[in-house]
Design a protein around this ligand. Structure first.
Ligand code: SF4
Length: 185
């Protein structure tokens, strides 16, 4: 299966109740052969309207910081753990994460990234768990670099959190700088 075919499958998915409230499923976007994959929690309002991930203010902040470290958005692949917007942007339920996880697994397997940045608690908990690492807390795990087999996992604060707490911008910048160094190696 190609990544494009998988994205089409996601757009038509009705495997959990979020399909009833979404406008558009948001499979992900970017380089199908990306070395670096960024994984967020779930689409927000603008993402739901446009069917693209990270297009609102948080997405712009992410693009700006990536540009500062010399990484273009077209070089990377960006997606979320849950592909449809939870109503009111609530945190996705464990059942929704479970229903949607197979898509993320298949995206990872098709793209084969060397580095994955986990933006926020839900992706950190979910993806670290996939690789057998127990999540403790964002405070403890943000900015740490986990090498598992041939992949590198880096938990990072979600840029949306920085819109409400500007002090987190520097933490995100610091984490992504570290990612930039790993990316250039
Ligand atoms: S959130 Fe995932 S599992 Fe649920 S309907 Fe959307 S694509 Fe399907």
């Amino acid at each position: 299966m190609t990544l494009e075919a998988l994205e089409e499958e996601i757009r038509a998915c009705t495997n959990c109740p979020l399909c009833r409230t979404r406008k558009n499923a948001v499979p992900g976007t970017g380089n199908p052969h990306a070395t670096l994959m960024l994984i967020g929690e779930a689409p927000g309002r603008q993402e739901d309207e446009r069917g693209e991930p990270f297009v609102g203010r948080a997405g712009r902040l992410l693009s700006e910081i990536l540009a500062e470290i010399g990484i273009g958005r077209d070089e990377v692949y960006i997606t979320n753990v849950v592909k449809c917007r939870p109503p009111g942007n609530r945190t996705p339920r464990a059942s929704e994460v479970r229903a949607c996880m197979p898509y993320l697994r298949r995206q990872i397997s098709l793209i084969g990234p060397r580095i994955m940045v986990l933006l926020g608690m839900v992706p950190a908990k979910t993806v670290l768990g996939m690789y057998g690492i127990r999540f403790t807390s964002m405070g403890e795990m943000v900015g740490k670099v986990f090498h598992v087999d041939d992949v590198i996992l880096v938990p990072c604060y979600h840029p949306a959190a920085a819109l409400y707490n500007p002090r987190l911008v520097d933490r995100i910048r610091e984490t992504l700088r570290k990612v930039g160094e790993l990316y250039q190696k």
